[in-house]
Design a protein around this ligand. Structure first.
Ligand code: SF4
Length: 455
C-alpha cells in the first residue's frame, strides 16, 4: 500500500471513501426493530438491500435474522412504492403474524421520495396490529443513525404518558451494543433493585437458545406494553450519545420524562457515572456486590498496569463504543494515538480531542473517516495494538500489529456477542483480551529472536 505523508493525507479530497468504517442506515434500524418483542422489521426497498442487511446481522450474531421487504422492481422504482408497501403489510400480517411491523426505508425509496406516513394512512392494518416507521436514507449518517432513528420511531409511535404521577422506573436506551452488553446493563440495574424498561432490547432475540425448533419470534425484546409505558417513567438514561440521544429527547418532549445523556458504560469511569446516575435518581446506596466487582477491576488494573503502560493504541469503530474504549485505554495507561469513526459528527472529534488534551496526548482524531486513512496514520506512526471490528484485520496483518476485535461487525469470530464489554465485568473482559493480544505478540517476537539466535 502507498505511504501518504500526513500533509498528503490532509490534502486528500473527501470525494470518496476507501474501506468505510461504517455501514448503511437500515442495518441499524433493522437491529433496533429486532429489539421489540414479536416485531418483524420491514425493509421498504428492493430485495438486495434487505438480503444484505439480514446477512450482515446474521453473520455478526450467528442467529437467524428475520425481516421482510417491499421487493421493489422497475415499476415501483418509477411509479413509487405505495402499492408494494400496502401489499407487503397485508401479506406480512397474514402470513407471518407479527404483533408489530417496523418499517425502514432504503436509498432507493428515499431518492424517489416515497411518503411512508401517507401510505400507512391508507394501508389495511389488521385490528390490534401496529405499524411504525422511520426514514433511513443510507447516503446520510451510518448504521448508528439508523439505529437512533428507529429507536426514536418507537417513542414517536408508541410512548404514552398515561399516569398522573411518574412511576418509580427508569428507561434505559442501551445504544447499538451486543445483547451480551444489554444483559449486563440489565443485571447491574437489577442488582441496584431498580425497576426499568430497556428499549430496544435484543437480548433473547439474537442470542436466543437452541430449542430444537425454529422460532420466528423468540422470547426476548421489549413488549409493546413496555414501550407505551416508557412515557410514565421518572427518568431516561440514554447510553451513548450518538445512538440514544434522539429517542431520549423525543420522550422528554412527548411525555415529559427527563433525559440524561451518558457515555456507553465502558470502563471504570463511565460505569461509575452510570451507577451514580441510578443512585442519585432512585436508591441511597450502591450494593456491596457492585462495590466488590469494582474493587476487583481496580485490583486487576493495578496488577496488570505494566502490560499496558505507555503502549500506543489505535481505536476505530462506532462513535459511542470508540469514546468509551478510548477513555478506558487511557485509564490503563495506554496512549491512544489514532482514533477514528466512520459515523459523521463533530461532537465525536470535540469529545475525543478534549479527552486526549487532558491526558497530554497529541493524536489523530477523525469522524467520517475511512480505514484507508486509518491505515495511513498507522504507517506514519505505528502502534502496539489496534482495537476495532473485523475489518481491522487487514491492517493488523499488513503491519504485524495485534488486533483486539471489539464492535460491529465481527464476522470472523464467534461468541463475542454473548460477552459484555460494558460494566465492571466487561472491563475485566477487555483487559483480558488486550493483555492477551499484547503478550501473544511479545511471545511471538521472543520466539523469532530465539530462532534467529539458534540459526
Ligand atoms: S442501496 Fe442503500 S440501503 Fe441498500 S444496501 Fe446499498 S447503501 Fe444500503
Amino acid at each position: 500500500m502507498l505511504n501518504f505523508t500526513p500533509k498528503e493525507l490532509q490534502e486528500r479530497k473527501s470525494g470518496g471513501m476507501i474501506n468505510p468504517a461504517k455501514t448503511c442506515q437500515p442495518i441499524g434500524a433493522m437491529y433496533a426493530a429486532l429489539g421489540i418483542h414479536r416485531c418483524l422489521p420491514h425493509s421498504h426497498g428492493s430485495q438486495g438491500c434487505c438480503s444484505y442487511h439480514r446477512m450482515h446481522l446474521t453473520r455478526h450474531f450467528r442467529d437467524p435474522v428475520m425481516a421482510s421487504t417491499s421487493s421493489f422492481t422497475e415499476g415501483a422504482s418509477v411509479f413509487g412504492g405505495g402499492a408494494n408497501l400496502k401489499t407487503s403489510i397485508k401479506n406480512v400480517f397474514a402470513i407471518y403474524d407479527p404483533d408489530i411491523m417496523a418499517i425502514h426505508t432504503t436509498c432507493l425509496t428515499e431518492t424517489i421520495g416515497d411518503d411512508i406516513p401517507a401510505y400507512l394512512g391508507t394501508a389495511e392494518i389488521p385490528e390490534g396490529k401496529i405499524v411504525i416507521h422511520c426514514n433511513t436514507p443510507s447516503y446520510v449518517g451510518s448504521h448508528i443513525t439508523g439505529f437512533s432513528n428507529m429507536t426514536k420511531g418507537m417513542v414517536t409511535y408508541l410512548s404514552e404518558a398515561s399516569t398522573e404521577t411518574k412511576k418509580e422506573q427508569v428507561n434505559l436506551i442501551p445504544g447499538f451494543v451486543n445483547p451480551g452488553d444489554m444483559r449486563e446493563i440489565k443485571r447491574l440495574v437489577k442488582v441496584m433493585g431498580i425497576n426499568f424498561i430497556m428499549f430496544p432490547d435484543t437480548s433473547g432475540v439474537v442470542d436466543s437458545p437452541m430449542t430444537g425448533k425454529f422460532e420466528m419470534y423468540p422470547k426476548g425484546g421489549t413488549t409493546i406494553g413496555e414501550l407505551k409505558d416508557t412515557g410514565n417513567s421518572r427518568l431516561t438514561l440514554a447510553l451513548g450519545s450518538f445512538a440514544s440521544t434522539d429517542a431520549s429527547l423525543a420522550l422528554e418532549r412527548k411525555c415529559k420524562v427527563p433525559a440524561k445523556i451518558m457515555k456507553t458504560p465502558i470502563g471504570v469511569k463511565a460505569t461509575d457515572e452510570f451507577l451514580m446516575a441510578l443512585r442519585n435518581g432512585f436508591v441511597k446506596e450502591i450494593p456491596y456486590e457492585l462495590e466488590e466487582e469494582r474493587g476487583q477491576l481496580v485490583d486487576i488494573m493495578t496488577d496488570t498496569h505494566y502490560h499496558f503502560h505507555g503502549k500506543k493504541v489505535a481505536v476505530f469503530g462506532d462513535p459511542d463504543i470508540v469514546i468509551g474504549l478510548t477513555e478506558f485505554v487511557l485509564s490503563l495507561g495506554m496512549i491512544p494515538v489514532h482514533v477514528l469513526t466512520g459515523t459523521p459528527g463533530n461532537a465525536f472529534e470535540k469529545e475525543l480531542r478534549a479527552m486526549l488534551l487532558e491526558a497530554g496526548i497529541k493524536g489523530n482524531v477523525k469522524a467520517s473517516g475511512d480505514l484507508f486513512e486509518f491505515h495511513q496514520w498507522i504507517k506514519n506512526e505505528t502502534v502496539d495494538l489496534i482495537i476495532g471490528n473485523t475489518y481491522g484485520k487487514y491492517i493488523a496483518r499488513a503491519e504485524d500489529i495485534p488486533l483486539v476485535r471489539v464492535g460491529f461487525p465481527i464476522l470472523d469470530r464467534s461468541v463475542h456477542s454473548y460477552m459484555p464489554i460494558v460494566g465492571y465485568k466487561g472491563a475485566m473482559r477487555l483487559i483480558e483480551m488486550i493483555s492477551g493480544a499484547l503478550l501473544d505478540k511479545q511471545d511471538r517476537d521472543a520466539a523469532d529472536e530465539d530462532f534467529e539466535l539458534v540459526m
